[in-house]
Design a protein around this ligand. Structure first.
Ligand code: BG6
Ligand code: MG
Length: 216
C-alpha cells in the first residue's frame, strides 16, 4: 500500500477560524443569558453549525422554538462571515504552503475536506483556491463529521482509494470520520487525549512527508 493523497481539514489545520467562531457563538450564548467559555468552544471544533447550537442549548438548559433556532443560526453565521471577510493570505498557518507544494511535487493528490459550509469562501480569502485538486465542504454531503461522507467524497473526487488517503485533522469529530472512511490520520495541533490518529504534529513546520509515507 502507498500514500497517494492528503486530505486536509480546513478550520484549525490550514488556518485559525476558531477565534471567529468563538466570538459569534459567544454572542449566541449572550442571547440565551449564558456565558460560553473558551473551553466549551474547543468542544465545538469540527462539529457542524446546527449541532454546535444544539450543544450550546443543552449546556445552557435553554429550550427555544425551531424558528428561534433558525434565527440564531442565521445571525451567528452573519456575524462569523463579517470576521471571515477580514481574513487575508497571511492567516494561512506557517509551513502549510511549503508542505502542500512538496506533496504535489512528488505526485500526491491534495484536497480539503471541511464540515464548514463557508469553506470555499475562507479558502478564497486565503488565496488558496488553486492549491487543491478538490474541495469538499459541509454543504456537499448529507452527513457531516464524525460521519465519513466528506472524506469519502474527497477521495472520490481525487480518484484515490480511501486506504491510500491520509487525513490531517485537529478535532475528534474529524479523526473519527477519517477512521470510519478507512483512512489513516495525522492529529494536527497540541491537543491531548484525542483518539484515532496514527501520529501527531504540533505545526506544519513539523510535517515530514517521509514519515507520513512510512505509515503505509
Ligand atoms: C468546522 C468547524 O470546520 O465547521 C466548526 O471546526 C464549525 O467549529 C463547522 O461549526 C461548521 O462551520 P460553518 O462555517 O458551516 O458554520
Ligand atoms: Mg478543524
Amino acid at each position: 500500500m502507498s500514500l497517494k493523497a492528503c486530505i486536509y481539514d480546513l478550520d484549525g489545520v490550514i488556518t485559525d477560524t476558531a477565534k471567529y467562531h468563538y466570538k459569534s457563538w459567544k454572542w449566541v450564548g449572550g442571547q440565551l443569558d449564558y456565558n460560553l467559555t473558551e473551553k466549551q468552544n474547543q468542544k465545538l471544533k469540527g462539529v457542524g453549525r446546527k449541532e454546535s447550537l444544539d450543544k450550546i442549548l443543552k449546556w445552557s438548559n435553554s429550550r427555544i422554538s425551531e424558528a428561534d433556532k433558525q434565527h440564531l443560526l442565521h445571525k451567528k453565521n452573519q456575524m462569523y462571515l463579517e470576521f471571515i471577510d477580514t481574513m487575508n493570505p497571511d492567516e494561512v498557518f506557517e509551513g502549510f504552503k511549503n508542505f502542500n507544494a512538496l506533496a504535489k511535487g512528488v505526485g500526491l493528490k491534495v484536497a480539503v475536506g471541511s464540515s464548514s459550509k463557508n469553506a470555499i469562501r475562507i479558502i478564497d480569502k486565503l488565496d488558496l483556491v488553486l492549491a487543491f485538486h478538490a474541495i469538499v465542504d459541509g454543504g456537499m454531503t448529507p452527513n457531516s463529521k464524525p460521519e465519513p461522507d466528506i472524506f469519502l467524497l474527497a477521495a472520490e473526487k481525487l480518484q484515490v482509494s480511501p486506504e491510500n488517503c491520509l487525513v490531517i485533522e485537529d478535532s475528534q469529530a474529524g479523526l473519527t470520520a477519517a477512521k470510519k472512511a478507512g483512512m489513516k490520520s495525522v492529529l494536527f495541533g497540541q491537543d491531548k487525549g484525542l483518539k484515532g490518529a496514527q501520529i501527531q504534529i504540533n505545526s506544519w513546520l513539523d510535517a515530514d512527508l517521509e514519515i507520513f509515507k512510512k505509515l503505509y
